[in-house]
Write a protein that binds this ligand. Structure first.
Ligand code: PHE
Length: 474
């Protein structure tokens, strides 16, 4: 006999945990930079529309599937489609994808932890130096000790289970994250030139909106809400029938969007204050290099007004904030394969953690060697006209390619296999009036029509771009 399924203690606990998953490195760095480069206020508006018009129905569908089946993604697809159904493959993707995304996200989190430690030990000037980033990510001693700390923290949280681990961590870290974010915004807005950053961030520039920007905004919204990763199916399996899925999903979407928006109020004014003549088009494309190369320079530049010690303290708060955001996201994504081993392979939570951590650690170590330490892993394959490392390969395949595919599959699944009236019934549990609402009709219509079409287009465009070097959007 297995133990009864664990549950979040309340709707609030669930919302905090799901928001903890959604709020990640993407919100704090990716969103502000993208918004600044791609039309400011116009990007923001488009992003918000995508969050509610396209992502919210998918989010509700994932949560509903999870709660109905009370299982991990593999178990959920099987439970609702039949033991031998081909939909089991969609479930399998729902386990492999988060596992692989967790691998590269772990590498980023490990770097953030190293940055946090170096900042609070007075080495901000080294982080801001031209060789800092390159040396740090290729320093095996730093990497492995930080990996042990990050892995240890995640293991401890997940070992405590759903309520005492995941939920408790989110209850502590999410409010702390929010307070730190607001404090940093207040501080940054007092700096010289902050207002030009704000203007740049918020004033709409409709000319910058191109098809590529539109598709970028949608992808950003999709990833940012942790869709297509099996996370919301898994978290949905831990909520009670009394929990109102519609209301919870709306709050998670709102929370995620607000954090992204507020992060912009911090990052853009900071950049402009650091360099008033900055040309935002030159901001790094990748949010990854942005955080690791550019931000330490911005923080160090603050020393002229507040001194080295205070500049380091502020940078420390920032990296702690990003670290919290990354940890709650990592916890959520690692819980997916863990729940699979518990449900389907009948392992204990400890046993499942061991399986996932040992295999994940091997891959995370290999990925972290693919920035120069191992030549083979650094130049692992070539496609789309580019040399790719193991780290690039994992991002291209799982983050960029398979995520929209998973989104497409869940839309098709709830519409054509599980059937809309079952989805509707499940969404009405804990929310008696849902069936009569406008949103119910919208969810019903959109999930079977334009949402899967849009996701299919994104999928095709990504495959063409990444693997064949062909860009539909010019
Ligand atoms: N929503 C996360 C972010 O914005 C994405 C993510 C979630 C990544 C969970 C990994 C795990 O960064």
């Amino acid at each position: 006999m297995s133990a009864p399924r664990e549950h979040f203690s309340s709707k609030l606990g669930f919302i905090l945990a799901a928001a903890g998953s959604a709020v990640g490195i993407g919100n704090i760095v990716g969103f502000p930079v993208n918004a600044a480069k791609n039309g400011g206020g116009a990007f923001l508006l488009m992003y918000a529309i995508f969050v509610f018009a396209i992502c919210l129905p998918i989010m509700m569908a994932e949560m509903a599937v999870g709660r109905k089946a009370a299982k991990n993604p593999v178990g959920a697809y099987k439970a609702l489609a039949g033991e031998n159904s081909k939909w089991g493959l969609a479930g399998l993707l729902g386990i492999i994808t988060p596992f692989m995304i967790a691998v590269f996200y772990t590498v980023l989190t490990v770097w953030i932890f190293i940055y946090l430690v170096m900042t609070v030990t007075g080495q901000l000037d080294y982080l801001a130096s031209s060789q800092g980033f390159g040396e740090i990510i290729n320093n095996p001693y730093y990497l492995f000790s930080a990996m042990i700390v990050v892995g240890g923290l995640i293991a401890v949280i997940l070992n405590f289970g759903v309520k005492d681990g995941i939920e408790r961590a989110a209850r502590i870290m999410m409010p702390a994250l929010f307070v730190m974010l607001v404090l940093l915004v207040i501080f940054v807005l007092t700096l010289d030139n902050a207002m030009s950053g704000l203007q740049f961030y918020l004033i709409p520039d409709v000319e910058k909106i191109t098809p590529a920007v539109i598709s970028g905004a949608l992808s950003q919204a999709f990833f940012s809400l942790s869709l297509g990763m099996g996370i919301l199916i898994t978290y949905g399996s831990y909520i009670s029938k009394q929990t109102d899925i519609e209301g919870s999903a709306k709050l998670v979407a709102m929370c995620d969007t607000s954090v992204a928006f507020i992060a912009g109020l911090m990052v853009l004014p900071a950049i402009f204050s650091f360099n008033p003549n900055v040309n935002p088009d030159e901001l790094s494309d990748s949010s990854v290099s942005m955080i690791f190369v550019f931000l330490p320079k911005i923080f160090l530049a603050l020393q002229t007004s507040v001194g080295y010690f205070a500049a380091s303290a502020i940078a420390g708060v920032f990296f702690l904030l990003v670290f919290f955001a990354a940890l709650t996201s990592l916890v959520s994504i690692i819980e997916v394969p863990v729940s699979y081993f518990i449900d389907e392979r009948k392992q204990s939570r400890k046993g499942a953690l061991k399986t996932v951590f040992i295999s994940g650690a091997v891959l995370a170590v290999l990925s972290s060697l693919s920035f120069g330490l191992s030549d083979t892993l650094t130049n692992l394959v070539e496609y789309g006209g580019k040399n790719k490392s193991l780290f690039d390969l994992i991002i291209d395949m799982f983050y960029d390619t398979i995520l929209p595919l998973n989104g497409l599959l869940i839309c098709l699944f709830v519409t054509y296999r599980w059937k809309k009236h079952n989805l509707n019934l499940e969404l009405s549990e804990g929310n008696k009036n849902f069936g009569k609402s406008f949103l119910a009709k919208y969810v019903d219509f959109s999930l079977g029509t334009f949402i899967p079409v849009i996701l299919a287009l994104i999928f095709i465009n990504t495959v063409a771009k990444i693997y064949f070097g062909y860009n539909f959007f010019g």
